[in-house]
Design a protein. Structure first.
Length: 217
């Protein structure tokens, strides 16, 4: 997949997509969870990626699929045990990612203490776009972020509401796994997540990046 970047295009081929759970306090509250003391991370497979204009496919296995709009960080160079002070040097740019979630399957996994791989990992469950904005062009911690379904606003917040900021996330994640060029860190979603249905049109936006539009099938 290629997205517009600078004067050309950037191929999006991450070795991994690292996602943050409960990184906005109001979202943690709506999920009836405590605000975490340390980042909560999980992985989505690269096979879940789709681009602008493509379609989210609702899996037969789930009856309750939710949208989650997130600021995505694209890693620019290999990093292991990166300090917070140096972390932003490893950021190539930013885009929008939708962390689509089979919520009913996630609830079952939570009850049984099982991983989230199934509920987060279906094909088409990680739309990205519409472009990648270079790291030096944005203040990632002061952007409006939101999402509409069929023209109705469902999510609207500011990235300043993130509990763990990007330097902390890079430090924490790189202490566990090596970050590779092209890897994506999805920084968590604000409150307002909700159900997707067949025929929905999803429009997600982040200030300075643009609007990602996808349909649900």
């Amino acid at each position: 997949m290629f997205l517009p970047f600078e004067e050309g295009e950037l191929e999006i081929r991450p070795s991994k997509i690292i996602c943050l759970g409960k990184n906005y306090a109001k979202h943690a509250k709506e999920m009836r969870s405590e605000v975490p003391k340390d980042p909560i991370i999980f992985l989505k497979p690269p096979s879940s990626l789709i681009g602008p204009g493509e379609k989210i496919i609702l899996p037969k296995m789930s009856k309750l699929v939710h949208h989650e709009v997130e600021l995505a960080v694209i890693i620019g160079k290999r990093g292991k045990n990166v300090s917070q002070e140096d972390a932003m040097q490893y950021v190539l740019g930013y885009t929008i990612l939708l962390d689509i979630t089979a919520r009913d399957l996630q609830n079952i996994a939570r009850e049984k203490g099982l991983p989230w791989t199934i509920c987060k990992g279906f094909d088409t469950f990680a739309p990205v776009g519409p472009r990648v904005v270079a790291a030096d062009k944005l203040d990632p911690h002061n952007l409006e972020i939101g999402l509409k379904v069929n023209g109705e606003i469902r999510q609207k917040s500011k990235t300043s509401e993130m509990i763990f900021k990007i330097p902390k996330l890079i430090e924490y994640i790189s202490s566990i796994m090596t970050l590779e060029p092209g890897d994506i860190i999805a920084t968590g979603t604000p409150e307002g997540v909700g159900k997707l249905e067949h025929g929905n049109v999803v429009e997600a936006w982040i200030e300075g990046i643009g609007e990602l539009r996808v349909e649900v099938e």
